[in-house]
Design a protein around this ligand. Structure first.
Ligand code: MTE
Length: 301
């Protein structure tokens, strides 16, 4: 597996796998390697990114196709068949068609990245992902002039997805990005966590990860990617446009209509842990803010 070291902290090469489980050693290790400096603008020293545990990341999930409870995905997502898997790439691309997972992985460079993950519900985690840059996949498909947005769809297979019996959302789950957001080097397609293949409940075998946006943008188990010149409809925005915008950039200054986004609860912190302040663009402001120059972030939320 080839590794690239870009933008944010990466761990797997610097520490033995066992260290994923030992937060203290990871923090100590960072101080020694100077990697702490790579935490990114806005990250405070005391927030040295220590990943959540495997159990936290895989048992506290949102994947409404398997139910709306945080524990439903880990209970039911095993029912989903993830092999064989293919992704249809269509719309404004030079090479449209169905790409098998093997075909895609054969072309991509996998790397490890440790990202903050902030849900719109005001909880957060730190997750060590494996995957590749979405830009590499889009370049493989050949983005045509005129493409301005990228639309994504999750698998919709009611026989394996008990949650789709309920019309909580208009299935299939849909998400979208502006083309420059999709091509941004921080935007990745994840294939694994903690050096292991992605568990079904976390969006196997291929899910989007956009670390500066609320977690619902990071669509799971992607089966279709469409390049388009129109802003695509997205599931949460369709369900409640007043509460969930197309952009959904993490912004501590813009409240959700029903709760503040100024702070967050880090999963695993324990019952009495202090909430921590939410960072602008989830701590990735230096990297991504220029994409929104001149936009009113309260209006385009
Ligand atoms: N993708 C699909 N297909 N269905 C979902 O319900 N939930 C979203 C996002 N992607 C969701 C989804 C939400 S609200 C969040 S916070 C993240 O997945 C949760 O990812 P995790 O369970 O891996 O932490």
């Amino acid at each position: 597996m080839a590794h690239r070291w870009t933008n944010d902290l990466t761990l797997a090469d610097a520490t033995p796998e066992a260290a994923f489980w030992n937060r203290r050693r990871i923090i100590a290790g960072l101080a020694g390697t100077g990697l702490a400096a790579a935490l990114g603008a806005g990250a405070r020293a005391e927030e040295a990114l220590a990943p959540n545990t495997w159990d936290e990341v895989t048992s506290y999930c949102n994947y409404y196709e398997f139910g709306t409870g945080k524990g439903d995905p880990s209970k039911y997502a095993d029912r989903m068949t993830v092999r064989p898997w293919s992704v249809k790439i269509d719309g404004l691309v030079d090479n449209p068609g169905g790409y098998s997972l093997e075909q895609i992985l054969g072309e991509m460079t996998l790397e490890e990245r440790l990202y903050r993950f902030r849900c719109v519900e005001a909880w957060s985690m730190v997750v060590p992902w494996q995957g590749f840059e979405l830009a590499d996949l889009l370049n493989m498909a050949g983005v045509q002039e005129g493409a301005k947005y990228v639309a994504f769809e999750t698998l919709y297979r009611p026989s394996e997805m008990p949650g789709t019996a309920y019309k909580v959302l208009d299935w299939p789950y849909r998400e979208g990005l502006r083309l420059d957001e999709a091509m941004h080097p921080l935007t990745m397609m994840a294939t694994g966590i903690f050096g292991k293949p992605l568990p079904n409940q976390n969006g196997a075998p291929l899910r989007l990860v956009v670390p500066w946006k609320y977690g619902f943008k990071s669509i799971k188990s992607v089966v279709r990617i469409t390049l388009t010149d129109q802003e695509p409809p997205t599931s949460w925005n369709m369900a409640n446009p007043r509460e969930y915008g197309f952009y959904s950039n993490v912004n501590p200054h813009v409240s959700h209509p029903r709760w503040s986004q100024a702070s967050e609860r880090r999963i695993g912190g324990g019952l009495f842990a202090k909430r921590q302040p939410t960072l602008m663009f989830n701590g990735y402001e230096a990297e991504v803010a220029p994409m929104y120059d001149g936009m009113d972030l309260a209006k385009f939320f």
